[in-house]
Design a protein around this ligand. Structure first.
Ligand SMILES: Cc1cc2nc3c(=O)[nH]c(=O)nc-3n(C[C@H](O)[C@H](O)[C@H](O)COP(=O)(O)OP(=O)(O)OC[C@H]3O[C@@H](n4cnc5c(N)ncnc54)[C@H](O)[C@@H]3O)c2cc1C
Length: 433
């Protein structure tokens, strides 16, 4: 109807992003102040898409060994947040909402039923039963502050819409896995509002090597110690299961050291010690014993020691070709050759040509720098009334539940702080347009 002024709602709190931190922020805000008018905006078709994919669908939601040392980026600043939102506090919160947890031998914490969907559904239920609204397929395009209020402009199925809010929480995540919501748009919005953003790069990611080195090992897995060494001498190591793929090396231990590769400007080598428990001397001794068995074909020298595919590749690298029966017997290896094989087992190396990229990175390193955030509340120091939570911040954690713990902690803190800053819910407040 032309000429009639449209009455618009002003939301108490709008949360941008229905991921782990955004859903936690909304649930915590509504628990803190029942009746608060809370709207969660999500650009994907479903809320919590990434959450459902975590921990291979089991959701490794925290870790008994939470400490600032397990985080990177502006990790020197996060102690107060982790102290306040300890593992126990997060477990207690979930338990008080009816979700018990369980722990594995490595201190990784999961929902008791080992289903990420239980966590996602719990959060959605908490928000909806408290009167909060979740709007999917809504992509926030800009955020402006006029006076003490915010105007968020967005797009939903081709139509543009404006939404007004008294408080806003950006819980918009990082840049990885675009299929699960990763996007640069919100980082751009926060940058335009004056935030200083550390350039993002993929972390917890596989590393690529030369095709000809990767191809013969594709599909093999073995335990070992893997070291990433940069040409400037810096290095990082981790131990665990190394997974060989068509393009390079993967597995949690590779993910954990991949961060050092950073933006990939430095030349790097991955060096695998496939038998870290053995000294070079012990290994040589073992090879000599095996080498005395002259009934075995040479190509099988390592078959009782290493995963077969890997053992064969070690021999190929040492002798420049595959070794079959025609190449003689293990007993025919010289001492020099056995030493070369032992060296290869302990220094199985690959030049690094890149990372698996944004489609494969479990987290984003980089984001809004914490010097611009009040860590007592998660409020931006640049823009009053705006709060940030989760992976959008310049913090990324190790593998093992550390990233979700950060998402819960900062989400909870942002939600409670935003709710507390509003003296009362504006249940009936409207705005003339
Ligand atoms: C495959 C995989 C497995 C993982 N497993 C684990 C694990 O087991 N344990 C662990 O601790 N961590 C794990 N992680 C990391 C963890 O999932 C993230 O650190 C965590 O989900 C970050 O939460 P978040 O709320 O900050 O971001 P997200 O969960 O990514 O949520 C951000 C949301 O904001 C939405 N959004 C962004 N911009 C806009 C916009 N402009 N408008 C509207 N909506 C927007 C996105 O669509 C997204 O849904 C895993 C990650 C991946 C990819």
């Amino acid at each position: 109807m032309n000429g009639v002024k449209r009455m618009k709602q002003i939301w108490d709190l709008v949360v941008v992003g229905a991921g782990a931190s955004g859903l936690m922020a909304a649930a915590a805000a509504l628990e803190y102040t029942p009746g608060l008018r809370v709207l969660v905006l999500e650009k994907e078709k479903k809320p919590g898409k990434r959450l459902l994919a975590t921990g291979n669908g089991r959701c490794n939601l925290s870790n008994r060994r939470i400490s600032p040392q397990r985080y990177h980026g502006d990790a020197d600043k996060i102690f107060p947040v982790l102290e306040r939102f300890s593992v126990k506090a997060i477990e207690k919160r979930f338990a008080s909402w009816g979700l018990p947890c369980r722990e594995d031998d490595e201190g990784r914490i999961y929902p008791y039923n080992l289903q990420a969907s239980a966590v996602q559904e719990l959060l959605l239920h908490r928000i909806q039963r408290a009167g909060g609204e979740i709007r999917c397929c809504f992509s926030v395009l800009s955020c402006q502050k006029a006076g003490s209020e915010f105007c968020l402009q967005g797009e939903m199925q081709g139509a543009e819409e404006k939404i007004d809010a008294r408080r806003v929480i950006f819980a918009c995540g990082g840049l990885s896995y675009p299929s699960l919501g990763g996007s640069e748009r919100s980082w751009g919005i926060l940058g335009k509002m004056g935030h200083d953003i550390a350039k993002g790069f993929p972390a917890l990611v596989s590393l690529k090597t030369e095709k000809k080195l990767a191809a013969p090992l594709k599909g093999a897995r073995c335990k070992g110690r893997v070291t990433l060494r940069l040409e400037n001498g810096k290095e990082a190591s981790s131990q665990g299961e190394i997974q060989f793929t068509e393009t390079g090396l993967s597995g949690i231990c590779v993910f954990e050291i991949s961060r050092l590769y950073g933006d990939g400007k430095s030349k790097a080598q991955l060096i695998c010690d496939l038998m870290p428990e053995y000294t070079f001397g012990d290994l040589l001794h073992l090879l000599r014993i095996r080498g005395k068995d002259s009934s075995l074909p040479a190509g099988s020298l390592l078959d009782s020691i290493l995963q077969k595919q890997v053992g064969r590749e070690i021999l190929r690298r040492c002798f420049g070709k595959g070794m079959g029966e025609k190449d003689g017997f293990p007993g025919e290896f010289t001492e020099k050759q056995l030493a070369a094989i032992a060296r290869e087992i302990k220094n199985f190396s690959f030049p690094v040509l890149g990372t698996g990229g944004w489609d494969a990175a479990q987290v984003t390193a980089g984001g809004v720098r914490l010097k611009q955030i009040n860590l007592e509340t998660m409020e931006s120091k640049i823009c009053k009334g705006l709060y940030l939570a989760g992976e959008v911040l310049n913090i990324d954690g190790d593998c093992g539940g550390f990233n979700l713990h950060w998402a819960w902690s900062t989400g909870c803190l942002a939600g409670i702080s935003a709710a507390r800053s509003l003296k009362s819910p504006s249940a009936l407040k409207t705005k003339k347009n």
